[in-house]
Design a protein around this ligand. Structure first.
Ligand code: ADP
Ligand code: MG
Length: 703
């Protein structure tokens, strides 16, 4: 890390950016490539050849020795296989550095070990990775040297998506097409492309690496499976936005530097609510770039933490009893000429368009709340959603007071009256008030909040890829736009029709709007009265992917085939079962080999003391009481351990699929909680010197 640097000098220096391409590619080739990037035109082999050569030259100048297709299989993390640029030695023993257009566009890793959910039998190991020219290639520097990374999609031999990027790109095409239709209705003839923009706010924990390595649960599962609450938690609110300690600051500085070099616009950093918790937010980018960048952010956080003697925990709930980590997914839709469709705007024309867009989104979120909920489901997030800290598992939309008011008026009278200016406004005809001037306090309890010119989907888990939520958002909104356009394109009187449609959508879907406290019990009851789904766990969320509604939606817009959805369902059940199985086995391991032996040691020392003191003719009420108490808890522990072993073995013996995942959720998780209970009580009794691992206090307050 350099001492001081000018951000503008290093920003994007390791990216094969547009500027680099402009400098290094012949004009004609650069133009052709842009047709692919901007308009989705197919890339010709000739263009690929020239681009590959330029990319190779550039990467080698950066010190790169290898290249890799960098892709996102359904494991939740990225995958890569490095190939060096070298060719077979020539007769004189020297080598050339080679990288062809073919190698740029297409890779063919042995895909047999990636999850495919039955889409591909193991003997058909072929999988293809295909360059995504809309996400720039970059050179990554780490202990392996410098590697040219080419963002790619990953498909099976028969073209089914085996990754996150392929459906994301498909969903971006869907919303582009439908949003352009909508814009044309409003007389916009100039915008050529509409793209979803995404800004993910990444939360994470940092703990000391030495302490981390003493906790098998953190090593194997990314979260603590045992642990009594320390005397202090987050109740003082003194960590949130607090001064950043020097060790953390040095870490953040290096993270920023590395991300900036990779063209990731790291913007905001601060301490979060829980002790040892922090946040990093980049400036928003096009959805697929944002998804790739978020993977880079997560990887960089982890790598740099190690270099600073720390470990970065991306798990959604590393510690019980203090806040977990999420990833707010800020989402908007913007034209290539800079119009944000979610910006309320100042002119009536744009406001009507905005109200239509808004009512379409409300409709989409209401109809497909189950899919949005599913898109944020992972085993870690189950501990967060619905717990008293994160958005509840019920999807609702926060609009804020003023928009809510406009909506109510539109529904009841078909007119929106500005309370501020007092003017009466007929939708579609006269001036609408500036809705957002003093609009709207923040609502931290809403899972889906309108925040000025974007929606913030707050359910997403910290460790998860943000691809799924954005695939769902893009597709459900594309559907709503499509249905609106189907009506409006054939309307005789557009202004009347659009007015009626807004009113209809708002009336039919107002139940999804909720501006109150999403953490309250009253809301749970109210949501139930409104008929909103409250899907509490990942295993209950998964089936929403294969309802007729979902298959129809994703099929219509070419985002997922039925087979792709079914394969994803299979993979998700399996991933869930595997995750809980690892957690259960880790608890069994820790309880058997660390905790029970430690408690035995402690009780033996107590018993020895009791005997010795008694022999001296003195009473030992305290020692005897502690001995009885810890012995009781020890036997509770043993009983709970035996039970956990039994049910985990039973679960592992079940055939793969939904039933097994549900069993892990209902039975194994319950047994895990029953084992944790006496162990956490024992931690509060046993001599700290004898407790076999660092406590919550050690982990959270001694970083
Ligand atoms: P807040 O603190 O209110 O959540 P910020 O302004 O800090 O919001 O932004 C949070 C994230 O939202 C950042 O990544 C930011 O770049 C992103 N963001 C801002 N405007 C938009 C937009 N129009 N579309 C998508 N993301 C946006
Ligand atoms: Mg936010």
């Amino acid at each position: 890390m350099s001492e001081y640097f000018n951000v503008a000098d290093i920003f994007g220096e390791n990216v094969f950016s547009d500027k680099v391409m402009q400098e290094r590619l012949p004009k004609k080739i650069y133009k052709e490539l842009h047709k692919t990037i901007d308009e989705g035109k197919e890339l010709s082999p000739m263009v690929a050849e020239v681009v590959a050569e330029a990319m190779k030259q550039w990467a080698i100048e950066k010190g790169a020795t290898h290249y890799t297709h960098w892709f996102q299989p359904l494991t939740g993390v990225t995958a890569e296989k490095h190939d060096s640029f070298i060719t077979a030695p020539r007769a004189d023993g020297t080598i050339l550095m080679e990288f062809s257009g073919k190698e740029l566009i297409k890779g063919e890793p042995d895909a047999s070990s990636f999850p495919s959910g039955g889409l591909r039998a193991t003997f058909e190991a072929r999988g293809y990775t295909a360059w995504d020219p809309t996400s720039p290639a970059f050179v990554r520097e780490d202990a392996a040297g410098a590697i040219l990374c080419i963002p790619t999609a990953f498909c099976s031999y028969t073209g089914e998506a085996l990754d996150q990027k392929t459906p994301l790109l498909r969903s971006m095409e869907a919303i582009n097409t439908q949003a352009l239709r909508l814009l044309r209705l409003f007389g916009n003839t100039t915008s050529r492309k509409v793209t979803p923009s995404v800004g993910p706010e990444q939360e994470y924990f940092l703990v000391d690496a030495e302490k981390f390595l003493q906790r098998k649960d953190l090593i194997y599962t990314g979260r603590t499976l045992f642990g009594a609450m320390p005397p202090k938690g987050q109740e003082m609110d003194d960590h949130y936005f607090g001064t950043i300690r020097q060790r953390i600051a040095a870490f953040m500085r290096q993270v920023n530097e590395e991300l900036w070099k990779l063209g990731v616009s790291a913007k905001t950093q601060h301490n979060e609510v829980a002790p040892a918790q922090h946040e990093l937010a980049p400036i928003y980018a096009e959805a697929n770039v944002a998804v790739d960048h978020n993977q880079l952010v997560m990887q960089t956080l982890k790598r740099v933490a190690c270099q600073h003697g720390m470990k970065c925990l991306l798990h959604e709930k590393p510690f019980a009893g203090v806040n977990g980590s999420g990833k707010h997914n800020n989402w908007s839709i913007t034209t290539n000429d800079g119009i944000n469709l979610l910006d309320p705007g100042k002119t009536p024309h744009e406001n009507i368009q905005f109200l239509l867009v808004l009512s379409c989104i409300l409709k989409a979120v209401d109809i497909h709340a189950d899919l949005l909920r599913e898109s944020a489901a992972d085993p870690g997030n189950d501990h967060r959603l619905g717990a008293n800290e994160a958005p509840p598992a019920i999807i609702s939309v926060f609009l804020g007071e003023q928009l809510q008011d406009v909506m109510t008026q539109l529904i009841s009278t078909g007119m929106a009256t500005s309370s501020k200016s007092g003017g009466v406004l007929q939708t579609g005809v006269r001036t609408l008030p500036d809705l957002f001037k003093d609009a709207t306090d923040r609502n931290r309890t809403s899972p889906f909040a309108f925040t000025g010119n974007k929606f913030e989907f707050r359910m997403v888990g910290s460790r998860d890829s943000i691809a799924s939520p954005n695939i769902v958002l893009n597709t459900i909104v594309a559907e709503a736009f499509c249905e609106a356009c189907d009506v409006l394109e054939i309307a005789d009187n557009f202004e009347e029709a659009v007015h009626d449609l807004i009113k209809k959508y708002l009336t039919e879907h107002q139940r999804i709007v909720f501006n109150g406290n999403g953490y309250s019990d009253e809301w749970v009851a109210e949501a139930e009265r409104r008929g909103l789904p409250n899907i509490k766990s990942m295993v209950d969320a998964i089936p929403s992917l294969v309802t007729d509604k979902a298959i129809g939606l994703f099929g219509k817009f070419g985002v997922f085939t039925r087979a792709e959805l079914e394969s994803r369902v299979e993979i998700k059940y399996e991933n869930y079962a595997k995750a809980i199985n690892i957690e259960a086995r880790t608890m069994i391991d820790m309880a058997s080999k660390q905790i029970i032996p430690a408690v035995i040691k402690y009780t033996r020392s107590l018993a020895d003391t009791v005997l010795a003191v008694k022999a001296a003719g003195v009473d030992t009420p305290v020692q005897s009481e502690l001995l009885a108490e810890s012995s009781d808890l020890l036997s509770d522990t043993k009983v709970a351990l035996a039970k956990l072993i039994e049910v985990t073995d039973a679960a592992a013996a079940m055939p793969e699929g939904r039933e097994r995942a549900v069993y892990y959720h209902d039975v194994v998780m319950t047994a895990m909680n029953e084992l944790r209970d006496p162990v956490d009580k024992l931690e509060m009794i046993v001599d700290k010197e004898m407790w076999p691992m660092p406590s919550y206090g050690d982990l959270l307050f001694e970083v």
